[in-house]
Ligand binder design. Structure first.
Ligand code: 1CP
Length: 318
């Protein structure tokens, strides 16, 4: 999950003096950071150290990740003219070379541990572009999809294309799974999701459909959208901490493997409370044909790394 490494002192030490996106684009550094949580916790897979806005930066968008804030654009993309200028930018294989090199180096060092590649879904990226940065309710993006559906479609076609290229580059370089993060899709009604977002997400996932890779589709607050997110074409549906996995399995129809959903808030609770919760998550996951155990959203930076190691040991023992 996002920011898994932030709780590790060895991560914070490596990042001193290097801005987030520069760290993502340094293949040796990105690879080393990816390996840190695997070494420390003995997890069954690594997630590539990068960010969902990396393909925007590589396509030429003025974007930075501000400490304590998140992705911030030099200028918000609001009008049809703004979108027309944006969609002239293209993301080349050459520009993606540092990503491919970072993945290849990581896979070479991981041995038999698989690497999960990832990308932001077209809506979540469009939401950052239209808002100009993080937002609580994604009002500007949701207005645009109704006020000017054609411009919205052009925007999400473009975000689908660049994010699809980013995902494909990681798989071609050796990632064995590909996760699409639609972190803010939970801000949408089912009707808006289906009409204005799902087609672009399907295009992004289609960018790896011809490759030998399993795909995972995750969002937060998506209880009402789980079946629609499955229909977009992913092999596995990621579930946040708000819905028990047996309930999620019913909502997606039971035939779909699930990923999820330990509540990050409980990582700071007393061990017996956390242990009971982890056991409950694993038990409910049996309602799905297969279950990838992870957190229901990002690791809080203040998490004691020893607790994460203990959770991994507990899950392995189950
Ligand atoms: O844990 C890891 O290092 C895995 C790599 C990873 C992933 C999978 C990072 C590194 N970012 C992401 C995905 C990501 N980035 C998502 C999707 C998953 C999710 O919902 O958490 C999103 C929405 C972002 C955007 C982003 N990047 C935010 C959120 C801001 C907001 O709008 O609330 C933030 C804070 C970042 C910065 C970031 N990305 C990654 C790290 C380690 C950090 C922290 C920066 C730092 O340590 O300096």
């Amino acid at each position: 999950m996002r920011q898994a490494g932030r709780s590790l002192p060895e991560y914070r030490e490596l990042r001193v003096g290097t801005a987030m996106l520069e760290a993502c684009l340094d293949p040796a550094l990105a690879s080393e950071i990816t390996l840190q949580p695997v070494r420390r916790h003995g997890v069954d897979a690594a997630i590539f150290f990068s960010d969902i806005v990396v393909p925007l930066r590589l396509a030429g968008v003025d974007v930075e990740i501000k400490p304590g804030v998140g992705p911030v654009m030099g200028a918000a993309v609001r009008t049809a003219d703004d979108v027309a200028r944006l969609t002239e930018l293209t993301l080349t294989d050459e520009a993606l070379a540092p990503v491919a090199e970072g993945v290849a180096r990581t896979v070479a060092q991981l041995g038999s541990t698989p690497l999960i590649g990832f990308a932001g879904a077209p809506f979540t990226l469009a939401a950052y572009l239209v808002e100009g940065g993080p937002s609580r309710d994604h009002l500007a993006a949701r207005t645009l999809m109704h006020a000017d559906p054609q411009t919205w479609q052009a925007l999400t076609r473009w975000t689908a294309e660049v994010t699809g290229a980013f995902l494909r580059a990681q798989v071609l370089a050796g990632a064995s799974a590909a996760q699409l993060f639609d972190s803010w899709a939970g801000a949408l009604s089912l009707a808006d999701y289906t009409a204005h977002v799902a087609p672009a997400s399907a295009r992004a996932l289609a960018s790896v459909a011809d490759l030998d890779v399993r795909t995972v589709h995750f969002g937060t607050g998506t209880g009402e959208l789980l079946a629609a997110m499955r229909d977009v074409g992913a092999d596995v549906v990621g579930v946040d901490y708000r819905i028990p996995l047996d309930d999620a399995a019913r909502r997606v129809g039971g035939g779909t493997p699930l990923q999820g959903n330990i509540d990050p808030a409980l990582l700071a609770a007393p061990w017996p409370v956390l242990e009971a919760h982890v056991r409950d998550v694993v038990a409910r996951g049996k309602a799905a044909p297969a279950h990838v155990v992870n957190l229901g959203h990002g690791v809080p930076p203040s998490t004691d790394p020893a607790v994460l190691t203990r959770v991994v040991e507990l899950v392995h023992s189950l």
